[in-house]
Design a protein around this ligand. Structure first.
Ligand code: BTN
Length: 232
C-alpha cells in the first residue's frame, strides 16, 4: 500500500526516531507512549497513553526543498479534513494547529532531516483531561463519543496522501480548501514575529500560504509566526 505502518509501545519521540533512521517515503511510526515528545518551539508534547494518536510520517517529496515548508499547511488541512469526514467539524489555526470548537486538539511539527521530511502529528482522541492551565480539546470532548484511534489514523493517512501531493502545482487548490477551514479568519490576533510583537485582524491566507493581517500600519504579511493568540 501507500504507507508502511510500524508500531512501538514506547520511544523518546516518533519524529526523532525517523530523523535518526531516515526511512523510505511512506514509513509511519505510531507510538503508544513518548518519553520525550516535542512540540514546536522546543516545547514538550505530553500525551496520555491510550488517549491520543502519536505518530510521525516520513516523506520524500518530489518537489524542491524550498516547497517543503508547505507540508505543514498540507498536514493541518489533511487532519482537519479527515476529522470532518469522520463527522467531527474541524478548523485549521494557521499555520498548523487543528481546532475543535475553538480549542486545540492536534499539534503538528514538520522537520527536515537530510532528504526526509518528518511530519509529526499528535492528536487528542479519547483524552478528557489535560494538565492544569491547558485549554485543549479532543475528539471525545467534541463529540461525546469514544473513537477508535486506528480508524482516525487511517483517515488521516488517506487525506495526507492527497494533500501533501499538492505542495507543488496543486497549491492553489490546497489554499482554497484551507481558507474554508481557517479558524483565524476575521479574528483579532496578537503574535510574535521576528521583528517584534504585532496585533491585527486576520484578513485571509495568501496565495503562498502566508497569513495576511490588517494592522494599524496597513496590511502585514507573515510567512511564519510563533504563538498566534486570539484576543477577542
Ligand atoms: C505542537 O503543537 O507544538 C506540535 C506537536 C507535535 C507532537 C507530535 S506527537 C508525534 C511527533 N513526535 C514528537 O515528538 N512530536 C510530534
Amino acid at each position: 500500500g501507500d504507507w508502511q505502518i510500524e508500531r512501538i509501545v514506547e520511544i523518546d519521540s516518533t519524529s526523532e526516531a525517523w530523523k535518526r533512521r531516515q526511512p523510505a517515503h511512506g514509513a509511519v511510526l505510531v507510538a503508544e507512549r513518548q518519553t520525550a515528545g516535542r512540540g514546536r518551539r522546543g516545547a514538550p508534547w505530553l500525551s496520555e497513553p491510550g488517549a491520543g494518536l502519536t505518530f510521525s510520517v516520513a516523506l520524500r517529496p518530489p518537489e524542491p526543498k524550498a516547497l517543503w515548508p508547505r507540508l505543514a499547511l498540507a498536514t493541518g488541512l489533511a487532519v482537519a479534513e479527515a476529522l470532518s469526514r469522520l463527522g467531527v467539524e474541524a478548523e485549521v489555526k494557521w499555520p498548523n494547529d487543528v481546532m475543535l470548537g475553538g480549542r486545540k486538539a492536534c499539534g503538528i511539527l514538520v522537520e527536515a532531516a537530510g532528504e526526509v521530511a518528518v511530519v509529526g502529528i499528535g492528536l487528542n482522541v479519547n483524552a478528557t483531561q489535560f494538565p492544569e492551565g491547558i485549554e485543549a480539546s479532543s475528539l471525545k470532548l467534541a463529540t461525546g463519543l469514544e473513537m477508535d484511534p486506528e480508524v482516525v489514523l487511517l483517515a488521516i493517512l488517506v487525506a495526507l496522501k492527497a494533500r501533501t501531493a499538492e505542495i507543488g502545482a496543486g497549491f492553489p487548490e490546497l489554499i482554497r480548501a484551507l481558507r474554508q477551514r481557517c479558524y483565524l479568519s476575521g479574528k483579532r490576533v496578537a503574535l510574535k514575529t521576528p521583528s517584534g510583537p504585532r496585533e491585527g485582524v486576520v484578513e485571509e491566507i495568501g496565495a503562498g500560504g502566508e497569513l495576511v493581517l490588517k494592522t494599524e500600519e496597513g496590511l502585514l504579511t507573515l510567512l511564519q509566526a510563533d504563538e498566534v493568540r486570539v484576543i477577542d
